[in-house]
Design a protein around this ligand. Sequence first.
Ligand SMILES: NC(=O)c1ccc[n+]([C@@H]2O[C@H](COP(=O)([O-])OP(=O)(O)OC[C@H]3O[C@@H](n4cnc5c(N)ncnc54)[C@H](OP(=O)(O)O)[C@@H]3O)[C@@H](O)[C@H]2O)c1
Length: 333
Amino acid sequence: MQAILFPMANGNCQIREVKTPSPSAGEVLVKIKATALNRRDHWIKKGIYQGAAFPCIPGSDGAGEVIKTGKGVNKKWLNKEVIINPALQWGNQQDYHQEDFQILGLPSQGTMAEFVCVPEENLHEKPVGWSFEKSAALPLAALTAYRALFFRGELKKGQKVFITGAGGGVAVYLIQFAIAAGARVFVSSSSEKKIKKAISLGAENGVLYTGDNWTKNLEELSGNQFDLIIDSAAGENFGFFPSLLRTGGKIVIFGGTAGKIPELTAAKLFWNQASVLGTTMGSPQDFENMMNFVQAHNLEPVIDKIFPMVDAELAFKHMENHEQFGKIVIKID
Ligand SMILES: NC(=O)c1ccc[n+]([C@@H]2O[C@H](COP(=O)([O-])OP(=O)(O)OC[C@H]3O[C@@H](n4cnc5c(N)ncnc54)[C@H](OP(=O)(O)O)[C@@H]3O)[C@@H](O)[C@H]2O)c1
């Protein structure tokens, strides 16, 4: 089969002929029709993701057709069009994943190939009428956004949310989901154009996080007092977040794109009854809830650009340069 391969840390993507995998007991073989990028794939490509090993076939997001079933798998999946849940071996707990939890695409072979083997329990039927590209744009980012907002953040209708880095793959789902749930949404971004796009999705307003006075600007636009802040950048700006919350407000964090969290003033957290909560992807229940939520609200994944497989390197450059608003998809043919 043809696969997109990272040959070495910091190397360019290569399209290579590799051995087609065969499903073990409990697994199926999926013919991948479309895949999508996540920041994780970019970190792996750079060689800075924990456990990165080369050569490797990356990719957590995928949609395609089941063409073979391993021993013990329900035959109903044969020839079904599916979306893959990339949270492998989450376990039975809703609160946290078990120790051998893995993300599809490292250490196991990922979805940036013509075929991939995945456990039966990670299959979901592709919604009727959805293209493979749209379906591949959903899994990892939408799952992460759903759990961050609703399970960890406990977002309620009418609450005020601040979502940082509006252009990111997860951030766009956060904006869409929070608006669909009836929340008031404010964003930050490095780009005025992306703030405008967030507003066109229903956000009230936004500020440039790159500006010196971003907290003052945000206060003028929103009055601060946020019920919830959702962040995946960390870095210096995180130090301001406790002062943007209402008493009893929450910060939910799921990434560290901009580096370490600076020193925080303890009193800003304890005196204000603030919570800082971590979250990662989601449970099988979160995935199912997310799929139902997306369909119940008729939400459309925002796809920034679709690249052909031969242009995989350009797709990664697009992410590296922070050019996207939403998901970057690769069509596998
Ligand atoms: N724990 C998990 O389960 C999980 C799941 C998914 C992602 N993540 C992590 O979450 C992060 C985002 O992932 P993604 O796939 O959505 O990435 P992405 O599509 O590449 O988006 C990254 C976005 O980060 C924003 N950003 C960069 N520096 C920032 C800063 N200083 N302040 C605020 N925003 C900043 C940019 O927003 P603008 O373009 O608007 O400036 C950029 O578009 C990554 O660190 C990723 O590893 C974690």
